[in-house]
Design a protein around this ligand. Sequence first.
Ligand SMILES: [Zn+2]
Length: 125
Amino acid sequence: MHELPVTESILNIALQYAERERATHITDLFLVIGDLSSIVDDSIQFYWDIISRDTLAEGAILHFERVPMQMACFDCGHTYRPKPGTLSCPGCGSTTVQVAGGEDFRLEAITIEKDEQPVDAGSTI
Ligand SMILES: [Zn+2]
């Protein structure tokens, strides 16, 4: 279970972004999860609901996009999605291959709301 620190880092990134943009609320977060990553959507959502409480991100909706596993062949340079049961290259049959995608986990986009009221330049604090 490593979703908690992952979820915390997502929240930190989102809050930093919101602060920089002077957002009043974070409404949506778009996450990309590779098929090979062990991250579980439900766990992220579970922790998110807890740790985002009383922050600008409270109630924000998490959107998960799954990206498929990709392999790359060292011998012919082909990149492909492996068929079930084998990892070898469909182009040349080589087994000298490496994982080229599907391990990702990243925050792709954040949607925020801003308070668009004009700033009163004459006021003093
Ligand atoms: Zn090949």
